[in-house]
Write a protein that binds this ligand. Structure first.
Ligand code: FAD
Length: 392
């Protein structure tokens, strides 16, 4: 097999010339830190003061990184991706809500998304669940610490678990797989424990539930192996979504401020080593483990595909799924799809104002401050030029 992530014709064939130019312009703008900063401030104000700039945001950064404002719009985007054998994990992108009303709405939205995924003719392969969408962050932190809960906190935790199992029950009825997103290390333990209980209940015949392992944490490769052992003992399939981890700066800063050892690997090379080792481990135990390779790292994706080929694993084996965020690393997604691998985009949707925190994170990640835009920008530029020269 000759797989390459350099083929921009394949990578961007789902984009019209107009959309390609728009993306090229956006990534060019994000190379200027000052423009990104102004844009992010504007987005914050839109959110805070209800300013009427949602149209500008929707036509620029929103269309690049989000599937639509509601399920119907996201399904249209999905159908378009499906034409190129790319599926989706349909992600309700609303974040940072803390009231009981918001929690209720989030749970209803997750259930609606699952039912929608089951009835839609679009290939929606997963629904990601952020438990902080319906659980107080501070309550999870207290549980993680092992602190004693008050009676009302105990009731609140009961409610969170009830809601999570309610969502899983709907998912099980409709056979729509759930990815439980990983969050900050100091709230992760109760999430892991609850996810293990979900897997024990629902993963007996096939992997309905996936836990997320952040390999930037130096303890997570051994935790993955422990989780596998537990699954073997209890007789269920381990669903393992592998990511490097999104909260590195925060994790290090908190550890420093509170004076405990950082949970994060000392170097990027250590994280890369653990990530690739985790992928290898999952592929070696395929069947007992179903793996979701969530990364924009070309080397990690390439290694995983090579390992599958060496072991004679079918590209369409339903225990291996690759995924990148919508609007990023199309060169990986569409080339993997073309080579016959199971691959999909994490596709956030939600009202523009509510997904602004998500959009700000994407802008930060892609700004030249963190130096990640260049690869995306160069690929888009290459494709704009290729299309121009093929017309002349
Ligand atoms: C489909 C999908 C789902 C995701 N879901 C989640 C989720 O549920 N929870 C979550 O936390 N994140 C999630 N992420 C984000 C992910 O954790 C990474 O932040 C992001 O994908 C960048 O890592 P990478 O493997 O793509 O690329 P790379 O560019 O190869 O890696 C960058 C990552 O390496 C790590 N790193 C960078 N510098 C260092 C250093 N000096 N020392 C140690 N480690 C370092 C950090 O994790 C950084 O984000 C998801 C990403 C994708 C694509």
């Amino acid at each position: 097999m000759s797989l390459s992530f350099e083929n921009t014709a394949l990578a961007f064939r789902y984009k019209s010339d107009k959309k390609l130019k728009k993306a090229h312009f956006l990534f060019k703008a994000m190379q200027y830190p000052i423009l990104t900063k102004v844009g992010m401030k504007m987005a914050e104000w839109v959110m805070r003061y209800n300013l009427p700039f949602t149209k500008i945001i929707k036509n620029t950064i929103f269309v690049q990184f989000c599937g639509g404002e509601n399920l119907e719009e996201a399904a249209e985007t999905t159908l378009h991706l499906n034409k190129y054998k790319v599926g989706v994990a349909l992600d309700y992108g609303v974040e940072g809500k803390e009231s009981e009303e918001d929690f209720k709405n989030a749970v209803e939205e997750f259930k609606r998304a699952i039912r929608f995924a089951a009835s839609s003719n679009a290939a929606i392969d997963f629904i990601p669940i952020k438990v902080t969408g319906f659980a107080q962050f501070n309550l999870l932190a207290k549980l993680d610490e092992g602190a004693l809960l008050t009676t009302s906190e105990e009731a609140a935790w009961e409610k969170v678990q009830e809601r999570m199992f309610e969502i899983a029950e709907v998912a099980s009825e409709h056979k729509i797989k759930l990815l439980i997103d990983a969050e900050h290390s100091w709230i992760q333990k109760p999430l892991d424990d609850m996810t293990d209980r979900l897997m024990e209940k629902y993963n007996k015949d096939y992997p309905l539930i996936y836990n997320t392992f952040q390999l930037y944490r130096h303890d997570r490769f051994s935790f993955l192996k422990k989780s596998h052992k537990k699954a073997q003992e209890k007789g269920y399939i381990l669903g393992a979504k592998l990511v490097r981890g999104a909260y590195m700066e925060l994790e290090r800063q908190r550890a420093f401020e509170k004076g405990y050892p950082s949970p994060i690997n000392a170097t990027k090379a250590d994280t890369d080593r653990d990530y690739d080792a985790a992928v290898k481990y999952c592929i070696q135990h395929l069947g007992e483990i179903a793996v979701f390779v969530g990364t924009h790292n070309e080397g990690s994706c390439m290694k995983a595909t090579k390992m599958m080929d060496e072991k004679g694993i079918e590209h369409q084996d339903h225990h291996v799924y690759f995924s990148q965020l919508f609007g990023m690393s199309d060169n990986i997604t569409f080339n993997l799809a073309d080579a016959g691998f199971k691959v999909g985009k994490y596709l956030p949707y939600g009202p523009v104002k509510d997904v602004i925190p998500y959009l700000i994170r994407r802008a930060e990640e892609n700004s030249s401050v963190s130096g990640q835009t260049d690869r995306e920008y160069q690929l888009l530029k290459k494709e704009v030029e290729r299309r121009k020269s093929s017309m002349s």
